[in-house]
Design a binder for this molecule. Sequence first.
Ligand code: GLC
Length: 750
Amino acid sequence: MKKLAYILLGIAILSACTTSSHRDSNSVLESKVDSVLAKLTLDEKIGQMMQISSYYSSDAEKLKELVRKGAIGSLLNEVDPKAVNDLQRVAVEESTHGIPLIIGRDVIHGFRTIFPIPLGQAAAWNPEIVEKSSHVAATEARSVGVTWTFSPMIDVARDPRWGRVAEGYGEDPLLTSTLGAAAIKGYQGNNLTNSNTMAACAKHFAAYGAVEAGRDYNTVILSDQELRNVYLPPFKAAVDAGAVTFMSAFNEINGVPATGNKLLLTNVLRNQWGFNGFVVSDWSSVPEMVRHGFATDEAHSAIIAAEAGIDMEMSSDAYALNLAQLVKEKKISEEVINNAVRNILRVKFQLGLFDNPYVDETLSQRVMATDSAMALAQKAAEESIVMLKNENNTLPLSTSIKRVAVIGPMANDRYEQLGTWIFDGDTNLTITPLHSIKKLLGNNKVLFSKALTHSRDNSTNSFAQAKSMAKSADAVVVFIGEESILSGEAHGRANIDLPGSQAQLVKELASTGKPVIAVIMAGRPLSIGNIMPYTSAILYAWHPGTMGGPAIANVLFGVTNPSGKLPISFPRSGGQCPIYYAKKNSGRPADYTNWVPIDKIPVRAPQTSLGNTNHHLDDGFEPLFPFGFGLSYTTFEYSDLSLSSEKMGTNGAITLSVTITNTGKTGGYEIAQLYTHDVVGSITRPVKELKGFAKIWLDAGESKSIEFTLSASDLAFYKSWSEQVVEPGQFRLWVGGNSTTGLTQQFSIE
Ligand code: GLC
């Protein structure tokens, strides 16, 4: 007994020391911050709050002069290590106080090694891969002096018309929270002073993904409950994962621009969640509050943003031109400025920039696009591919196939397959599907026709040649989708069909009678219902990045078993948007007995002859493909769902186990998903909510039992802005392979 007591005492002392050493290191950090702050003039403080986009290559001396006089604290878009060191040397050795610069860059899905777009990475449901790829990105970016990425983007998005759906992790708060946290850990590692880490930036705070009609920068009108229960959780997870910076969003929320939203930026982010990093505005979002009609002029926008909690202004100069005068006129307290500068200095110390501001200018030659980085990029791309259709097991194709026709504008385009936000990618590194298929089969077995010059090409001139090529092949693989410019910032689309004459190309190829396999590369879900009748199989590869070619070829020919699952619902048309699985039931939920498809409605049908339920006459009420859906070359069976108890207290938990069996002939990953439904709430609750997922490998014939723990706190929700509750009542849960299926069981909270 005595030994155990000593052990416990030891643990107690250790943890007390750890806590106190953590507190001590915090207090050491804070005293360093305060000692620097104390030396600064008001102008020098405001200089730290300025971030400008680098123009070193065009006017180095002017930029150095700004740095020398302490007029800027951060640059974005400088990726030349020599330029970074030149500017750092001025900051550290020639300015009055030697405060180093923090260099930011949009490293969204890789720096030189480009990984699948984040929406594609989300389809892999693999936090480990997201963490590892973010670590590769940090290693490559920091090697040129970039110490801060404007990533991860954790805006929940339920409207694929929005171009930036490409940059996030889809429609679900839990999946987005999990993958966003993984990215932050990958970027920041355990020690931000290491040369293979960089500051992460949780963006765009908040609710940017809810812009009306998917039109970028547009209005966001959301209930407090929706904001709290759907759009904010990933940002809370980002704080918990230790993100050291946040970025405010362009949009307003219910009449208040995010960049001037003190309730979010201070009350929630700092006071409730304990965030103590710094917040940067988005590009000119401070003065844009004048256009929003929320500020009378830029001086007013500077007051609003600074008092709301924007510590650093990106690219515009409302702070630089107005804050000093506003302090002198006592229109804003200097303490507001001091707090902002403290937050910025704190992160610069955490990054080790005061001790080691320079980058080894030879480092980047050693760390860019290594074999291991490429291998990871291929694995990430393979696991991101979602097989949406595979009629009569068309896939996998056999490598002994005599001849395959590879057709389409996306089959061999080194640039387009990289996707949006790839400023520092290198297209020379890209391996295309055509290249990989030829490598796998041998050149003589592969026929190729681009058929269209680009995804928006409306011509049909090359269709005859493509068709004759298809006729002479045993199978046709058509590579279609979107050029990368059609998604990303400011690139919303009202019509999310395949652009150009791509759908017609598929139809023409199918008319040859050969099996047509469509491989789609896009930055969003496309409404592809019009090619379904003409395809035997469909692989959705998103924009798969540098190693998309080998990844797609391996899935096509069965070297890799596809395992991706949709992180976002696929609408039948843009007109169905927004459409998502975690919908409310409404008072008249639709079903197939109450919906008469528009082309089946009798002429002169009487007014009340059709079902009056929650559907569209033309597209009905279900997406083309549901959240969580994806096929495999094998099959999985769920059995033996059992709960540790069918009831729990409001502070309780239950565990549930389920057995999954690979009932097919080949090994594969299965992504098991746990959903719950709160049957009756003090506000209406979604028909399903993802509460857990597990990605497991099963050999052919293998069975595994997996466990989930479901606690009452997992079922908590905000019934109002400030009231989060766990409500007793009946619940139902499902465990299965997508959001529409699974073994189900009731349980209750007492
Ligand atoms: C852009 C984007 C933001 C990006 C920033 C810097 O407008 O909204 O996500 O990080 O400006 O490029």
